[in-house]
Design a protein around this ligand. Structure first.
Ligand code: PMP
Length: 462
């Protein structure tokens, strides 16, 4: 048992949390999460909560998997640490690299046979900046420096990660973005589609913003384009079907590198080991983290496609970049055990063929709710938009923070759902049963009903 008040007092006295207003912490206190099993977490007051966000889009294989704890324990006892610098290596890192290379599908002649390891998505995207600039240096085009990202994208919290990302709130602090990084519009039809424009037309227009930006900068100065297959932290923004093929045409035409940031979308989240396969595009670099260990231990990295790997290895000499924990044996042992578990349980296929279609069907029903203007899913991520008026799809004044109101009802009802403005999003563990999907959908409905009641009581909804 835990003394919640005592933990909260220590928490606000000593612990600076990421992305948290500490004024709130001092007055209301953090919710103290103490244990987890399957798809549920428990807080220090004994409340059971259905975790529809998989921690932070991490816990793909669910909580309480003994195989992962055992893999960590065995490796901690055998070789807890050694570095991979200066021609040393370790067995789990080698085996995990080979496993990832075997799982990453070849796409239109591009193979992914090489992996660079880090401990997080942010670090991996820093590595990507180093890799693309090194590549262009080695190719004799050192003027190709600029990397194009997208507004409202999330690529991490380091200086480079936060700069590649397009979160205006993050750019408002710390003089970001750093030089050499620019952004284009996100492909969000619900908000950015024009009257009379079809979703397919919008997808092409959103992709062509990349071409316009390339021409504005000068194609010979552009190094790479970075994007998430489906934008996660930006609110589960699912691109129109026309978007990715047009992006592929543009990066091919101008010869620029394509970075697919799959920190959220890989490892079964969209029903495939890697998400580029789902959308059929051909990246040069693929960022991964989170789901590679189901979040049990920090690990990230970059799948380096052969276009870059060949140049880096054949002509590169020493790549002056790396982290103490690159290829950490314990993290890699857990990663390996996690991927083997996901293979044994056939999770990507199960998501693709069974769970995601069922979630899509149940979400279509949620779309009927009077407060919901749009409900959509892609694999095992989903988003719904809270609207003031269902017919016109008019949204609430952001000042009213209706999304946060809904989130508070989720907390009370024992459900973790995330609010991005008035877009509510989920990314549940991939080990759900249909009954658990039903349970989650029932909870979402209850939270929507409670939010609607509160809005009506306040005279804010008809
Ligand atoms: N890229 C994407 C797409 C992410 O969603 C995240 C984390 N939410 C990151 C990068 C950063 O990963 P990390 O927090 O492990 O540094």
């Amino acid at each position: 048992q835990h003394d919640t008040k005592a933990i909260q007092a220590l928490d606000s006295a000593h612990y600076i949390h990421p992305f948290t207003d500490h004024g709130d912490l001092a007055t209301r206190g953090s919710r103290v999460i103490t244990q987890a099993q399957g798809i549920y977490i428990w807080d220090s007051e004994g409340n059971k909560i259905l975790d529809a966000m998989s921690g932070l889009w991490c816990v793909n294989a669910g909580y309480g998997r003994k195989e992962l704890a055992e893999a960590a324990y065995q490796q901690l006892m055998t070789l807890p640490y050694y570095n991979s610098f200066f021609q040393t290596t370790n067995v789990p890192a080698v085996q995990l690299a080979a496993k990832l290379a075997a799982l990453a599908p070849e796409v239109r002649g591009r193979k992914f046979e090489h992996v660079f390891f880090s401990s997080s998505g942010s670090e991996s995207n820093d590595t990507n900046v180093r890799l693309v600039r090194r590549y262009w240096d080695l190719m004799g085009q050192p003027q190709r420096k600029t990397i194009i990202g997208r507004h409202n994208a999330y690529h991490g919290s380091t200086m480079a990660g936060a700069s590649l990302g397009g979160m205006s709130g993050m750019h408002a602090q710390g003089d970001l973005p750093i030089p050499g990084i620019v952004h284009i519009e996100q492909p969000y039809f619900f908000e950015n589609g024009r009257p009379g424009e079809s979703e397919a037309e919008f997808g092409l227009r959103a992709a062509r913003a990349l071409e316009e930006k390339i021409l504005e900068i000068g194609a010979d100065k552009v190094a790479a384009f970075i994007a998430e297959p489906v934008q996660g932290a930006g609110g589960v923004i699912i691109p129109p079907a026309t978007y990715w093929p047009e992006i592929q045409r543009i990066v091919d035409q101008y010869g620029i590198l394509l970075i697919s940031d799959e920190v959220i979308c890989a490892f079964g989240r969209l029903g495939h080991w890697f998400a580029y396969e789902k959308f059929g595009y051909r990246p040069d670099l693929v960022t991964f983290a989170k789901g590679v260990t189901s979040g049990y231990i920090p690990l990230g990295g970059v799948m380096v496609g052969d276009r870059i790997a060949k140049v880096l290895i054949d002509k590169g000499g020493e790549f002056n970049h790396g982290y103490t924990y690159s290829g950490h044996p314990v993290a890699c042992a857990v990663g390996l055990a996690n991927l083997e578990l996901m293979e044994r349980e056939d999770l990507p296929r199960k998501v693709r063929e069974e769970l995601a279609p069922y979630l899509a069907k149940r979400f279509a029903e949620i779309g009927e709710h009077p407060l919901v203007g749009l409900a959509e899913t892609c694999g095992f991520v989903a988003g719904l938009v809270l609207v003031k008026d269902k017919a016109s799809k008019a949204m609430y004044d952001p000042e009213l923070a209706v999304g946060m109101m809904c989130r508070a009802h989720c907390f009370r009802n024992g459900l973790i759902m995330r609010a991005v403005g008035d877009r509510m999003i989920i990314a549940p563990p991939l080990v759900m049963t249909r009954e658990q999907i039903d349970e989650m959908v029932a909870l979402i409905r209850r939270c929507l009903d409670d939010t609607l009641s509160e809005l009506r009581e306040k005279g804010l909804h008809a």
